[in-house]
Each structure stands twice: as structure tokens, then as C-alpha cells.
Write a protein that binds this ligand. Structure first.
Ligand code: NIG
Ligand code: FE
Length: 405
């Protein structure tokens, strides 16, 4: 069989659940790809069956799937360095938000930044993420919060989708906060999102999913219910920022609507973890926000393990609670702060990150998966989460094409 490329003498962390070794590891291995897909993975001995236009001896080095960052807010204007300083002078994240800072300050900066500028800044942020091995990512709106600006942010994401080789998922997070200039209550705002904004965004084809910030400082369970019902009737899958700063019970509503994922989860309890298991909702941990906000309540890892849920890890890249530009830093934090094993953390940014976005052919190296993979200058996958800043990729392929990063 003629293929586009072969890499041999590799140590391949496949994250294939059919491979019983930790990390789905195969040593002295090759992989072959053709037409954007992996066509074979296995012992070097079996590579004789393939002819390749491109061949590379990996000299025993590690190959992993390209990483999936399933939760980012990376299209925004401005920065919040000043608020970082305020927090360290003793002001809380909630207090800053209540005084009109926080999300609203990024909304103001994003509204006054042109679409082209937002696009250029976002592309440079994605380059930084790529340097930590990311090849697929989700990007949310949520810093526009009026018709014109939410559409502007989603258009930027759309342009990135078209121009970038990375696989991008767009999520509408108009239910992030009620903007100060909205004339009405929270209920009115959610009603506007459900009845006017979402149908239009669906019509324009600008979103793949819908998200909400369910929290005492943001939206309630009832608001989530209304939003998810509207999204579902438009055929859009849902997810939520839930149980981050308190028991908001948003997780229960995400489960009720068989959402893609429930994200943050510091305050989730055993009952909610069971519900996630039953409804197929993927728990997504965001240790960057926990770290930057200096939180003390840890997500219920013991129950996630007890009920054997696939757990994903993401950067939550945003200017306020998680200005983290490396998925490997997020994975390292999941190990150090939440006690995940390196294997759990790396599954969280590969196969389980892909599950959180229902991307079945990403985050894994197996026959018929997408040819998105990274060659690293190391041999033991644990090293990926060991050093900070993390080791850099040696070479990256997306859809079978080697990338210049
Ligand atoms: O995921 N929790 C709500 N949204 C973001 C923070 C956004 C911000 O502070 O700008 C988060 O942590
Ligand atoms: Fe977030």
C-alpha cells in the first residue's frame, strides 16, 4: 500500500483504549498516514507492507496525538493585568466583577477592538497554544454581549476556522454576564438571547454549541433551563460553566439536556458526578482558573474516579481567571493541584478532551483517526507534564501535513 508518510522506530502514546499499556503505549512502533487519516499503527515489523513518499526515523522518540483544548475564550480585546494586581492587593474576583470590572472590562475592550485586530491577536494566541501541542480547540464568544459584538466575535472564530489548519469548534457564550448597557433584567437578557440572538446565530451558521455561566454572580439554574431548551430546539448542543465558585446546580441542568460537558466543577458533589455518568456528560477540569483565583475547593476527583468518568482538562484561556497559553501547563496543574496522575492528565488533553467536544477521530492514534500528531524530543510521556515551561514539540502534523510553528 502506498501512503503519504511513515514514521518508524517511535514510542507511540496512542491513547487508544484498546491498547492496555499505560498511555496506550506501543514501543518500537510505526505509524502510516494517507489522505489526512492514520491508516496503520503498530510494531515496526509490520511496516514492510507500506510504501511511503515521506519516511522518518524517530530514533525512539515519543509521538502523541495532537492535543485538544476543549474550553477557551481566546477571542478578546485588552488584558486584565490590573485586576490581577487588585486581586493580589486583597480584592476578590466576585468583588471586582460587582464593581463593573471582570468580564465587563473585557467586554468593553472587545467591543472597541476591530474584527481584524481581534482576528490577528487571536491567531497569535493560537500560535502560543500550538507550541504546547494543541491541534484542536474550542473557542467561545461571550465578550460581546450585544448582537453586533457577539456576532463580531463569532465571525472572528469563523474566519479562524476557515484560515487555520487547526480544528476549531465555535461556542456561543452570550449567557456569560448581563452587560451594563442592557435595559432590562437578567430574565429579559436570557429571553433576548433565546428568542433573538440564538436563532440568528444559528441561521448564520456561526456556532457549533451553546454555553452559559451558571453562578450566583451570573445566571441561575432556571436561566440555564431556558437557554438549553432554546438551543436544543435549534439543534445546538449545550454545555455549562457550573459549580465553579459555589453549588449553582447547573450541572444537573447540563445533565438533563445531555450536554457535551460540565466545566469547572469545584463544588460538584457525588450525586452530580453520578448524573454526569448516566447522561454521558464529560467533566472538564480547569485548574488554571482554580490556580489564578486561589480557590481552595477542589473538584470531586474521588467520585470522578469512583464512577470511572472520562475527565478532560482544558486551559480556560481567558484574560481574567485563566491567562494560560499552554495546555501542558494546564495538565501540569491538574497533576499538582488536583492530584491527577500524568496519565489521567494527558488523557484529559487527548482522548477525553476530544470526547468533551464529541470529536471521535481526534485525540487518539489508531486506524482511521485523523492524522494529527506530534513528535516530541523525549521518550517518557510523563516528561510532558513534568517541566514548566514544558518541552516543545519537535514536529507537528495536522491532517497529515507538517506544520511550521
Ligand atoms: O471560565 N467563569 C466564567 N468565565 C470565565 C472567566 C471569564 C473572565 O473572567 O473573563 C471562566 O473562568
Ligand atoms: Fe471558561
Amino acid at each position: 500500500m502506498t501512503v503519504d508518510g511513515i514514521i518508524y522506530n517511535a514510542t507511540i502514546a496512542t491513547f487508544d483504549e484498546q491498547v492496555s499499556a499505560p498511555y496506550g503505549m506501543i514501543e518500537n512502533a510505526f505509524l502510516a498516514w494517507r489522505d489526512k487519516k492514520i491508516v496503520a499503527v503498530g510494531d515496526n515489523i509490520d511496516m514492510q507492507a507500506f510504501n511511503a513518499k515521506y519516511e522518518l526515523d524517530a530514533h525512539g522518540k515519543l509521538i502523541t496525538p495532537g492535543f485538544v483544548d476543549c474550553h477557551t475564550h481566546l477571542v478578546y480585546g485588552g488584558d486584565r493585568a490590573k485586576e490581577f494586581e487588585f486581586r493580589l492587593q486583597g480584592k476578590s474576583y466576585q468583588a471586582i466583577a460587582n464593581e463593573g470590572g471582570g468580564i465587563m472590562s473585557t467586554v468593553n475592550a472587545s467591543r472597541s477592538t476591530s474584527e481584524d485586530n481581534l482576528y490577528n491577536i487571536a491567531i497569535s494566541r493560537i500560535k502560543r497554544l500550538q507550541q504546547s501541542g494543541v491541534t484542536s480547540l474550542e473557542i467561545k464568544s461571550g465578550y460581546g454581549l450585544n448582537f453586533e459584538s457577539e456576532v463580531k466575535l463569532l465571525r472572528v472564530i469563523q474566519r479562524i476556522k476557515q484560515d487555520s489548519p487547526l480544528n476549531i469548534i465555535a461556542t456561543c457564550l452570550a449567557a456569560h454576564a448581563v452587560p451594563k448597557d442592557f435595559s432590562g433584567t437578567k430574565d429579559d437578557y436570557i429571553q433576548w438571547v433565546c428568542e433573538e440572538l440564538l436563532p440568528e446565530i444559528k441561521q448564520l451558521g456561526l456556532a457549533d454549541a451553546v454555553d452559559i455561566f451558571c453562578e450566583s454572580i451570573a445566571f441561575s439554574q432556571q436561566h440555564a433551563q431556558q437557554l438549553f431548551s432554546a438551543a436544543t430546539s435549534l439543534g445546538l448542543p449545550i454545555k455549562g460553566h457550573v459549580e465553579q465558585l459555589s453549588q449553582s446546580q447547573g450541572t444537573d441542568i447540563v445533565c438533563q439536556y445531555n450536554g457535551l460537558s460540565a466545566d469547572h466543577l469545584e463544588y460538584a458533589d457525588e450525586h452530580q458526578v453520578k448524573k454526569m455518568k448516566v447522561s454521558g456528560v464529560i467533566p472538564v477540569l480547569l485548574p488554571g482558573a482554580y490556580y489564578y483565583l486561589n480557590e481552595k475547593q477542589k473538584p470531586p476527583i474521588q467520585y470522578i474516579r469512583k464512577y470511572n468518568l472520562p475527565v478532560a482538562i482544558a486551559t480556560d484561556l481567558n484574560p481574567g481567571s485563566s491567562p494560560i497559553f499552554s495546555i501542558l501547563t494546564a495538565a501540569n496543574m491538574a497533576c499538582v493541584l488536583f492530584g491527577l496522575t500524568p496519565e489521567e492528565a494527558l488523557k484529559g488533553i487527548t482522548i477525553n478532551g476530544a470526547k468533551a467536544l464529541r470529536l471521535n477521530s481526534k485525540g487518539v492514534i489508531q486506524k482511521n483517526s485523523d492524522a494529527d500528531f506530534i513528535l516530541w524530543p523525549i521518550t517518557n510521556p510523563c516528561e510532558l507534564v513534568y517541566e514548566t515551561p514544558a518541552v516543545l514539540p519537535n514536529k507537528t502534523w495536522i491532517a497529515g501535513h507538517q506544520q511550521e510553528i
